[in-house]
Every structure is written in C-alpha cells, then in structure tokens.
Design a protein around this ligand. Structure first.
Ligand SMILES: Cc1cc2nc3c(=O)[nH]c(=O)nc-3n(C[C@H](O)[C@H](O)[C@H](O)COP(=O)(O)OP(=O)(O)OC[C@H]3O[C@@H](n4cnc5c(N)ncnc54)[C@H](O)[C@@H]3O)c2cc1C
Length: 451
C-alpha cells in the first residue's frame, strides 16, 4: 500500500527518516508539498523565491514527481492520501507554533478517514523537548543546555531511501517566484551538500578565528540550507571532529537547537518578549520621529558606518554577518529605543535564512529580554564594535560607497576625518553616549514600574 511523504521543512531525500518510514511499507510513496496560504501569504519575497527554487531542486531529484498542492493542508493532505489509497501520511515533526497547530488539525482530519499521521524525526539533531534538566524542566540558559545536549547525543545519519514515486492527483504547479533585487545562492539538497563540503574543506579549520570578522568569508552561510532542511544538522554534526574550529561550529549548531527548544516550550516567544515587562512596561518610542529613525536604520542611513554596512548588506544580499546582526539589533533597541519586534520583522522580510526561533531569540538575546544572561544594560558601541571586528574598514567600504574614499579604520569615524562627508554620507542620527544613558534610564523606570 502506498504512503504519503509530506515534505515541509525537510526538502531533501538523503538523511530523511520520515521519508524512510514512508518507503518502509512497500516502497510506493507520494512525495507531497502543500503550498499553504497561511504560510505563503505572509512570507516575504525572499522566502518565497528561495522556497520555489528549493522545490524545483527537490522535484528534479524526484524525477519530476513532486506533487505540489495549493490550499489548506487539512483538506489537501486528506484528499491526496485518500486518492492514493494510503493508510499513513509520514512527515518530520514541526515544533513551531503554527506547525504544531496545523499538524494536530491534519492528524484529526486524517483519523476521521482511518488514516494515520506518523511523525518521525525533526529538523534538529535532538528534537525540542528532549534535552531537560534532572527535574524534567527545560533549560533557559544556553551553556547548560549545550552541555546536556552533548551528553544526550544524536543518531547517525539515516540511510538512503529507494522508492517508487506516485502522483495520484493532478499537480497544481509551482507558485509564482517573485523577482528579487539580488541573486540567491543555489538552493536544494545538492547545493547544500556541495556548499557544506566546500566550507568543511576550505574554511572550517579557521572558523574559530575568522567567524567574527565580517569582511572575511569566515562563516559557513549554511543558514538557509538548514532552515529548509536541504541538509540535516545531523549530517553536519557527523562530520565534525574536535579541533577548535569544529567545536565552535558545533556550538553554533547548538544555538539553533537551543532556540528551537525555547520556542517549543514558549510558543508565544516568537512574537512576545520572554520577560513580559519589556512589552508591557517599557517606554519604547513611537510616532513619526521614531518611524523616521526606523526607516533610516532599515535603509542603512544612520550615520554609524558599521550599522549602515550591515543593513545595506542585508538589502544587497538577503544575509548579514552574525556579529553585525548583534550590533544593528542593539542599535535599534538601545540607541533608537524601538521594540525588538520591529527589527525582527524587517529581518524576516529580508533574510534568506530567516527563521522564527533563531531570529526572535537572536533579537531577544540582544535586547536583553530573552532567555540568556545578556543583560539589557550591556549596550554595544557601534563604532567600537566596527573598529574591533572590521579593523581595516574593508567591510564598511564594501557596502557603503560614500565611505570608500576613507582609508583603513578611518572609515569607521568619518566625523574625525577632513573630507569624511565629501561623498554624501549622512550625519549620525543620534548621539550614542546620550542614547546609552537614556536606554539605561528607561530600564530603571521599567523596573520601578514593575516592582
Ligand atoms: C538579531 C539576530 C537575528 C538572527 N536571525 C536569524 C535567523 O533568522 N535565522 C538564523 O538561522 N539565524 C539567525 N541568527 C543567528 C546567526 O546570526 C545566523 O545563524 C548566522 O549569521 C548565519 O550565518 P552562517 O550560516 O554563516 O552561520 P555560521 O556561523 O556558519 O553558523 C552555522 C549555523 O549555526 C547556526 N547558528 C549560528 N549562530 C547562531 C545563533 N546565534 N542562533 C541560532 N543559530 C545559529 C545557523 O544555523 C548557522 O547557519 C540571528 C542572530 C541575531 C543576533
């Protein structure tokens, strides 16, 4: 009897336990992807374009047999399973807030037809909820989570699957791929494996030294491949040894797992601050002046070179280096006094690796309202961070042409250079030292109001 393999955030054939489970019965499998309006409609053009390309790649790998359906998964999955005469639909568990609700609804609708939804594996090496303290509660701090995650361990990559692909109903075809102002990197499983292999061979050894330097190609840029499950983190972890670069890289993979775990425990934390006082009692700015500052930040025109380089990299490439993500996030929250959710929404609009758990919790970490020991009163100095992590100014000059005439680290401080503003770079929109004090006063006021 055929089974349905319902792809969601696992757009690959290799190391795919849910696909293996689907093929387990008699090897006849309907490979299904549902274009769900609840996810597609709010998705940004970047996300839509990447997804369409990844689906093309999956379809190619399936010999053109990927069954695309558009509509509510509750209706589409049931219809496809019935048409195939399947008694089981297989998928990987989804731990996001929407995915959990959707799967419960699909499970119930399938059960009414005598069909079972079987969830095997997840997009993580260790499924959210599995790593717990001795008393069974979940971790709220990364470092002990990481130690427990290492102790827990993970399975080896799953074996390859042989199956006959079936298409029992008409394919609805691809959704429209929006045009983007920049090119996306190649999508799909083959691209993910090749990209990982290239990074592992050429740059992983130096990762520990280079990952904080945004002018270098020092990180893996695997985020979008992991986001869509074009490669499983287990595949990556299986190839990591114990060198400094490999250990540090494993810790970064663990951040992704940690944030997924936190979001699964606190589904509201995708949109709301873990520390509710930051949503309810904090004196965030609003109104036309606040909006103008937000627009300057989003366009990379704050007058702070490192911040502007990061925001322009995001618009130019759909990606921003992690160090710079932290600095621009801190600037929005602590220098411009705007709630992290505004910045997170802008990131989700433009990031090709945009992911609710990592993005919302990356923002909350920086804003100081999240899980970790990142106090609100630690305010990044946008100039000092630039001078430290982009010591030669190369990153700034690459993305901010109005500063291209300034040599070396002078690109970080055009106000100190004769002719620094000759090429039209904007003046600073705020005084960092004053805004830092203002942010700390607002924090004190929030604490007083909440006590
Ligand atoms: C404000 C803010 C927003 C962020 N938004 C996202 C997001 O939407 N999606 C996203 O995947 N990451 C996000 N991150 C985390 C991190 O910046 C990116 O994962 C990383 O920059 C992606 O580039 P890379 O693949 O070259 O990373 P590498 O340094 O090569 O790391 C390898 C992988 O580890 C994971 N990883 C690394 N650092 C983190 C981290 N701090 N948190 C979670 N996972 C991590 C990612 O899957 C990444 O691809 C955010 C960080 C901040 C501070």
């Amino acid at each position: 009897m055929p089974a349905v393999a319902w792809f969601r955030r696992d757009l690959r054939l290799g190391d795919n336990p849910a696909l293996g489970a689907a093929a387990g019965a008699d090897g006849a499998v309907v490979p299904l992807f549902v274009v769900d309006p609840a996810l597609w409609e709010p998705a940004s053009d970047v996300r839509r374009a990447y997804l369409v390309e990844s689906l093309h790649s999956l379809d190619d790998a399936l010999g053109g047999q990927l069954l695309l359906q558009h509509g509510d998964p509750v209706a589409r999955v049931v219809e496809v399973a019935r048409a195939a005469g399947a008694t089981q639909v297989h998928a990987a568990s989804d731990f996001g807030p929407y995915g959990v609700r959707r799967d419960a609804a699909v499970r119930a609708a399938l059960a009414e037809q005598g069909i079972e939804l079987v969830l095997t594996g997840s997009p993580y090496a260790v499924a959210p909820g599995r790593v717990t303290k001795d008393d069974g509660t979940s971790y709220r701090v990364y470092t002990p989570f990481y130690r427990a995650w290492m102790r827990h361990g993970w399975r080896d990559p799953a074996p390859d699957v042989a199956a006959d692909w079936l298409m029992p109903v008409e394919c609805h075809g691809y959704p429209e791929r929006p045009d983007l102002p920049f090119a996306l990197p190649p999508a799909g499983e083959a691209a993910a494996l090749a990209h990982w292999d290239d990074f592992r061979r050429s740059r992983l050894a130096a990762y520990d030294d280079t990952r904080n330097l945004p002018a270098l190609d020092g990180t893996s840029t695997m985020g979008h491949h992991l986001k869509w499950g074009e490669i499983h983190p287990r595949t990556i972890l299986a190839e990591l040894g114990d060198s400094a670069g490999e250990e540090t890289f494993r810790k970064e993979i663990a951040w992704r797992e940690f944030y997924a775990d936190v979001l699964a425990q606190r589904p509201d934390s995708g949109r709301r601050s873990m520390d509710a006082r930051f949503d309810d009692d904090f004196g965030w700015d609003s109104g036309p002046e606040a909006d103008a500052r937000f627009e300057a930040w989003a366009a990379g025109r704050t007058g702070f070179p490192f911040v502007d380089a990061g925001m322009r990299q995001l618009l130019a490439e759909g990606w921003m280096h992690n160090r710079v993500r932290m600095v621009v996030a801190s600037f929005l929250v602590k220098d411009l006094h705007l709630p992290w959710q505004r910045g997170a929404a802008h990131f989700m609009r433009w990031l090709r690796d945009g992911d609710l758990a990592s993005n919302s919790h990356g923002w909350q970490w920086t804003a100081g309202c999240g899980t970790d020991a990142s106090p609100y009163h630690r305010v990044f100095n946008p100039v000092g961070q630039g001078e430290k992590f982009d010591p030669d100014g190369d990153y700034v000059r690459r993305y901010v042409p109005e500063l291209a005439h300034l040599p070396g680290k002078t690109a970080h401080a055009p106000w100190d250079v004769l002719g620094g503003y000759d090429q039209g770079y904007p003046e600073r929109i705020v005084d960092h030292a004053a805004e830092r004090l203002d942010a700390l006063e607002r924090l004190a006021a929030m604490k007083a109001a909440a006590s």
